[in-house]
Write a protein that binds this ligand. Structure first.
Ligand code: GLN
Length: 534
């Protein structure tokens, strides 16, 4: 029988309950259990794919091409497992399925209702992921905050789920803010108590309470929470703001959180193997020197919009024993007049993925600056497209070249819609998504970086390098170093006489893990370090 852990959030959102859930996942895996994770999102979008990164941060893409919540990225990085489209569903997707069944007549004249139909469909997903993953433990995080109208069906579904299972097989973890009030010099437990009261009014008694705070929640306060919320004292766990998210699992472990959870689930508690985590944390400690990388994008007011890119850069830095400082540079604010001044501060330039014309010219300027000044450059997805447009305009002599995403009438459409996208009208879930193979050109930098002939990266795009311009680009010196196995699609390009200039149509950032750094990020950051220090 699979065990289930449900993680809810209290008081406010953006508490980092995804990190808490992922940290618990890491610890339980370290105890030898097969763990999988999922995120249930109460909003009505069918998936996050159509949402602006300003709404919920980056869209994380799984191997099998699901456009998912960014917490999936934390889960993959912390439990070091590939997740799938089973690992994330929204209330919108539940309603979509139910309503199409209703239209088909599947309900034979019955009334379709939140209880039991929506709650049954949610429980179905809980059972399905358990069966498909064959995991010992499934950790499911409920998005939003307890008390939200839209998350109520999820709370009700997990309440029923617990009733229908052996009590030892289901555990509830409630993660709540315990704020420090500066004027009173006091940490206050009342909001946490209230959110537990709210949860209990919905029929769910938490087994554990994780106190998210920027101040120590001392024993006395924890006793208060334990008493008011009806949980044993050792089930009230502190989760202080930490220097890095990768410190959180250890902090929880030191308080015996994983031990207590396993006890509650009636599972054996073998030694936790924290070798990889400890090694990573000591490598972080031992980092000596730093490099500054510019991420030239458009959603620069929101760090989470480029979360996986920033994480991948951090991992690569730690691999090389250097701290990477990632700086978000707004491409919209770059122009011919200031580009040198703005970008000369950086040891490497990265142009990440994106949609829409805003900031595109700035990304082109960044690619040009990196090419001309021999600054290490990594282009990802739209970043590859910007690099190709730049090369076309300024080296291949195709003045005004651009992507048809931005100008359908372009004279030199060096980036064009993929043929299979031509008749696509719906926006949701219709891009080229998920892992696709790429043949790497022998002798190229890409080949040296990957050390393999056939590689796989995760994709999320509608446009590609226009094959009609391949010769013009390669005649001018651009090297196409990665192609789809049928040779139809350009997957990677590079500039051979540049110290390190590589771009990829796929998104390598989704595959980087703290202790399995991604070769492209390793190479890119390594080149930035080489230039700065040698
Ligand atoms: N907008 C571009 C396309 O659809 C790039 C997408 C991306 O960077 N993820 O092809």
């Amino acid at each position: 029988m699979t065990k289930h852990i449900f993680v809810t959030g209290g008081v406010v959102s953006s508490l980092g309950k995804g990190i808490t859930a992922a940290s618990l996942g890491h610890l339980l895996k370290a105890r030898g259990y097969k763990v999988t994770m999922q995120k249930m999102d109460p909003y009505l979008n069918v998936d996050p794919g159509t949402m602006s990164p300003f709404q919920h941060g980056e869209v994380f893409v799984t191997e099998d091409g699901h456009e998912g919540d960014l917490d999936l990225g934390h889960y993959e990085r912390f439990i070091d497992e590939n997740l799938s489209r089973e690992s994330n569903f929204t209330q919108g997707s539940i309603y979509q399925t139910l309503i199409s069944r209703e239209r088909r007549g599947d309900f034979l004249g019955g009334t379709v209702q939140v209880i039991p139909h929506v709650t049954d469909a949610i429980k179905e997903r809980l059972t399905r992921i358990a069966e498909q993953s064959n995991a010992d433990i499934v950790i499911s995080e409920i998005g939003g905050t307890v008390g939200d109208i839209e998350s109520t069906p999820f709370i009700e579904a997990v309440r029923q789920f617990k009733k229908q299972h052996n009590p030892q097989d289901v555990v509830f973890v409630h993660c709540a803010l315990v704020p420090y009030i500066p004027a009173a010099h006091e940490v206050k437990t009342k909001p946490c108590q209230h959110s537990v009261k709210e949860l209990r009014s919905l029929g769910v008694q938490p087994d554990f309470i994780v106190c998210r705070s920027d101040h120590d929640v001392n024993q006395q306060l924890r006793e208060k929470i334990a008493l008011f919320c009806d949980v044993p004292l050792d089930h009230v766990v502190n989760c202080l703001d930490a220097p890095s998210i990768y410190d959180v699992p250890l902090a929880l472990h030191e308080q015996g959180f994983d031990t207590a959870v396993l006890e509650k689930l009636g599972l054996e508690k073998g030694e936790a193997d924290l070798t990889n985590l400890n090694k990573f944390l000591s490598d972080v400690e031992n980092c000596d020197g730093e490099v500054d990388i510019a991420i030239v994008g458009k959603y620069t007011d929101l760090h989470d919009a480029y979360l996986s890119v920033i994480e991948a850069l951090t991992h690569a830095g730690v691999f090389h024993g250097k701290t990477v400082n990632s700086h978000l540079v707004n491409g919209e604010e770059l122009n011919e007049g200031n580009v040198d001044e703005v970008l000369s501060k950086f040891d490497g330039i990265l142009v990440p993925g994106g949609f829409g014309v805003r900031a595109f010219e700035g990304k082109i300027l960044a690619a040009k600056y990196a090419r001309e000044h021999k600054v290490p450059f990594l282009g990802i997805c739209l970043g590859l497209q910007a690099a190709v447009v730049e090369y076309a305009r300024h080296v291949a002599g195709l003045e005004g070249a651009t992507s048809t995403e931005f100008d359908e009438e372009a004279q030199y459409p060096v980036i064009d819609l993929m043929p299979e996208q031509e008749d696509v009208e719906n926006k949701g879930g219709t891009m080229r998504l998920g892992a696709y193979p790429c043949k790497v050109k022998p002798g190229s930098r890409a080949a040296e970086i990957y050390g393999e002939e056939l590689i796989y990266e995760r994709h999320r795009h509608r446009y590609e390098v226009n094959n009609a311009f391949r010769d013009a680009l390669t005649d001018a010196g651009l090297v196409i170093s990665g192609l789809s196995p049928d040779d139809r699609l350009v997957e990677m390009v590079e500039i051979p006489e540049h110290p390190w200039y590589v771009a990829s149509q796929g998104h390598p950032e989704f595959k980087s893990r703290p202790w399995k750094t991604h070769p492209l990020f390793r190479g890119f950051v390594g080149a930035a370090i080489e230039q700065k220090f040698n």
